[in-house]
Design a binder for this molecule. Structure first.
Ligand SMILES: C[S@@+](CC[C@H](N)C(=O)[O-])C[C@H]1O[C@@H](n2cnc3c(N)ncnc32)[C@H](O)[C@@H]1O
Length: 367
């Protein structure tokens, strides 16, 4: 244990200040340092993996990287056609969005870093994040290929889309931990037939977070051309407002409602489903759904479950460093399934880092 840091003694913390630990932090103004301390302490409380905490620290200790700028109230991951982003922006809500269509490819190291950085630049305790996670490898319609089962949730990883689905889900779970530590709300959305809850990282997340609410809704009730049932999970009870009740049948059929699947008998004579040309479009949120989210924006920002006591939120840099140092660099902590080593190495290799005496806390090579 390094000399001169806050050492727990008999349940109390004894202050033994040292100057050397402050190298790097001197570059940060007190308000930002306080926020960094709060985020770190929440991550420790949540049981977040060391690699995530390390990435947050490395971003914060780089003098050329802006953090805690309070720039965003809403972040959309996998924004697709971007109806939600457009409506949020039209309502004057500072918004950031990410999608492969916009050039950001998760889980690439730079994009993951950019998303984490964007989360760190959101309005602390007053923002939320919509995550319409890629669902193709989780839904029933592709079960014949992904072959996921509760006892084999990662499925046939030799298929690239299944491996990608696993990695994107792990990455999304990690980002949800970061959002929670920033005091943000989040909503993870999937088609109702998705078995994403079987993913070990999703199970872990549900265990780490104190309360997760869920709701189901029909897309056709928001004007979508197909009926499509969705499911969402959130740390905010407001998600229940998305459920507009039972599907009104005429909404779906009389208005020329489209079917997105066809049924057929397979070789064994078993009734099977396959998607048709309308299936792809069902991933897009209808404008009315985007408008509903915009109306609920303030509630998603403010009504999320707060699981941390404010008494823990102290500006105690030495304590944060001590807790970080005490966490072991266990192999599992690297979250290889979320390809986090590449993000860590990318940040650790930055020439702009001002680590000073903290350098010894960040390995240059993976253990
Ligand atoms: C289910 S769709 C979400 C659609 C969106 N909610 C909408 O209203 O259009 C999933 C989105 O994830 C994006 N995507 C797929 N793989 C990705 C990746 N590796 N990185 C980033 N985005 C990805 C796709 O472009 C697609 O827009």
């Amino acid at each position: 244990m390094p000399e001169g840091i806050l050492v727990p003694t008999g349940g109390e913390y004894k202050h033994q200040p040292v100057q050397s630990l402050r190298v790097g932090m001197e570059l940060m103004d007190p308000a930002k340092r306080w926020k960094l301390n709060v985020v770190l302490q929440r991550l420790f409380l949540l049981g977040a993996p060391k690699v995530l905490i390390a990435c947050v620290l490395l971003l914060a200790l780089s003098p050329t990287t802006p953090v805690f700028c309070e720039a965003y109230e809403f972040i959309e991951l996998f924004s697709g056609t971007g109806w939600v982003t457009k409506v949020m922006k039209a309502n004057g809500i500072p918004t950031a969005s990410f999608d492969i269509l916009l050039g950001e490819h998760f889980p690439g190291k730079q994009d993951a870093m950019l998303v984490l950085l964007t989360i760190l630049n959101a309005k602390m305790d007053n923002f939320w994040c919509m995550i319409g996670l890629v669902c193709s490898s989780w839904v029933t319609i592709s079960k014949g290929t992904h072959c996921r089962e509760p006892w084999a949730p990662l499925g046939m990883t030799q298929h690239q889309f299944v491996a990608d689905g696993n990695a994107l889900t792990s990455r999304a779970c990690l980002l949800i931990l970061a959002i929670s530590a920033m005091g943000g709300g989040w909503l993870l959305e999937q088609p109702s037939t998705s078995c994403v809850e079987w993913h070990p990282r999703v199970r872990l997340l549900w265990r780490l977070l104190p309360e997760v609410f869920s709701a189901k809704w029909w897309a056709c009730m928001y004007g979508a051309p197909t009926a499509k049932r969705h499911i969402g999970w959130s740390n905010c009870k407001t998600i229940k407002c998305l459920d507009l009740g039972r599907m009104v049948r005429k909404l779906h059929t009389k208005k020329g409602g489209l079917k997105s699947t066809k049924t057929y008998r397979n070789k064994e004579g078993k009734k099977s489903f396959a998607g048709n040309q309308h299936l792809k479009g069902t991933g897009t949120y209808p404008p009315a759904f985007a408008k509903k989210l915009a109306r609920l924006h303030t509630r998603f920002c403010s009504k999320r479950t707060l699981w941390f006591g404010t008494h823990l939120e102290v500006d105690n840099w030495e304590l944060s460093v001590h807790l970080f140092e005490e966490l072991p660099w266990e192999e599992a902590d690297w979250w290889p399934d979320a390809a986090m080593e590449s993000v860590f190495c990318y940040l650790r290799g930055s020439k702009d880092l001002e680590l000073g005496s903290l350098r010894r806390l960040f390995p240059t090579h993976l253990p």
